[in-house]
Design a protein around this ligand. Structure first.
Ligand SMILES: Cc1ncc(COP(=O)(O)O)c(C=O)c1O
Length: 440
């Protein structure tokens, strides 16, 4: 690939704070469904979607029209000052499409982190309890400095130099069966990690009756697309209900059809007490939502929630159309069908390359975990980085994830053409092949 100098990367390194990392050294000029174009006109297949956000593709013309129309009508009045249609119409739609049969109420914010903070505020006000349980290897946001960060189960790089972290959050092992902390095999383990929760929260840590909420990603996103087993989540919900602990379902990354159902929790047949969503909700415009059971949301105190920008009219109008398109075009079903193509291909890669230690995911949210040795499961972190660099050189943009950054996760748009999905998978295979051949 010819190396063309990128003056905007120079501007970035000269003027932008260093605490914001950069995955790919590229300056992107424009996008078109599953393609991105850099400032030199080079085209890439986008398997990142801005970290699972642009699920309806870049420059979606239907969403552009909605945004333009709303921009001409109203940008901002502040929902705490006056009511406006896009907010309440979206709230109604979200309440309607959220999982479970209970009536729901909605709060809109701007980002995933902010939504998590608010979910915790709601759980505390509604229960009058203090503690929060979260998971190791989880991610709930670095955009704020409160519970989203405290609940994030990965120290490096998110919490470095930021201690003391907000207290009152207890981290427990996630059912990450490939790297079970109890050294067991699923399902023979009999859900040893759930026994741990029962035991430690009954006898020696904070008692479960003092816990306001447990927050869980049904599929850990940044953690490397780790899928919680169905029986784990069902048993967990029963356990929490017994102690009056609310289940907060963080669908910021795994929601909006990506797993093959509108919400990942629908694979589990349980109704969360509070669902948190962001990312794909408005296909890239800033917006997040907290959808809670009505009786919980009605316990919140007027004036203690809100914010100047939460539920921006343009973002809401676009999100409303995102809901319509998801339902009209049956995009969760499409994600399931495309996911089968991806899974088949990744399983083939497992058969061909020793570097691939695990293949996992739900729907189109699929990933491979790379290891130096399938027995010891030593993470192949450098190899993952090399594969991603090679893929970029060949025209495919990928993302890493996982505790050891040795997972390659696939986040293509749900609207990707099958041909481009296949082309991307081909590039992934070539890149793994080259890196494996170079590895000792
Ligand atoms: C599961 C999950 N929760 C919360 C967040 C935080 O969202 P945001 O980056 O919009 O603050 C993320 C972001 O990646 C996420 O994946």
């Amino acid at each position: 690939m010819s190396q063309v100098r990128d003056p905007y990367l120079d501007l970035r390194s000269r003027y932008v704070m260093d605490g914001v990392a950069l995955y790919h050294p590229l300056t992107i000029e424009r996008g078109e469904n599953a393609f991105l174009y850099d400032i030199n006109g080079r085209r890439y297949i986008d398997f990142t979607c801005g970290i699972g956000v642009t699920s309806l593709g870049h420059a979606n013309s239907e969403l552009i029209s909605v945004a333009e129309e709303q921009l001409r009508k109203l940008w901002h009045v502040c929902f705490m000052v006056m009511n406006y249609r896009p907010y309440v119409e979206l709230a109604e739609k979200l309440a309607r499409i959220s999982p479970g049969s209970s009536e729901k109420k909605v709060l809109l914010q701007n980002s995933g982190s902010e939504a998590i903070e608010n979910a915790i505020k709601i759980a505390r006000q509604a229960t009058g309890r203090i503690y929060i349980i979260s998971y190791e290897n989880s991610f709930h946001g670095r955009g704020t400095y409160g519970y989203a960060l405290a609940a994030t189960g990965k120290y490096k790089p998110y919490k470095i130099g930021l201690e003391p972290i907000t207290p009152g959050v207890e981290l427990i092992p996630y059912p990450y069966c490939y790297r079970c902390v109890f050294k067991q095999e699923y399902p023979e383990c009999g859900l040893a990690c759930l026994d741990y929760l029962k035991k430690w929260f009954t006898y020696s840590r904070v008692p479960l009756e003092r816990v306001a909420a447990l927050i869980i990603e049904m599929v850990q996103g940044e953690g490397g697309f780790v899928v919680a087993p169905v029986d784990y989540v069902r048993e967990l919900k029963k356990l929490l209900d017994g102690y009056g602990v609310l289940l907060v379902d963080d669908e910021v990354q795994c929601g909006w059809g990506r797993t093959g159902k509108m919400w990942a929790v629908e694979h589990y047949g349980v109704e969360p007490d509070i669902l948190v969503t962001a990312k794909a909700i408005a296909n890239g415009l800033p917006l997040s939502a907290i959808v809670g059971r009505r009786e919980i949301m009605e316990k919140t105190l007027p004036g203690s929630f809100g914010g100047t920008y939460g539920g921006n009219p343009v973002s809401c109008a676009v999100a409303s159309r995102v809901v319509d398109i998801m339902l009209r075009d049956k995009l969760p079903d499409r994600a399931a069908a495309l996911g089968e193509i991806v899974r088949k291909r990744l399983n083939e890669l497992y058969g061909k390359f020793k570097l691939v230690g695990d293949v996992r995911g739900l729907g189109i949210m699929q990933a491979i975990e790379l290891v130096k040795d399938r027995k010891t499961k030593e993470p192949a972190t450098d190899e993952a980085a090399k594969i991603i660099d090679k893929a970029r050189e060949k025209g495919l943009l990928l993302l890493r994830a996982g505790l050891y950054l040795n997972v390659i996760r696939l986040h293509p748009p749900l609207t990707i053409e099958e041909e481009n999905l296949e082309k991307g998978l081909e590039i992934l295979e070539e890149s793994i092949k080259e890196v494996e051949a170079e590895s000792p």
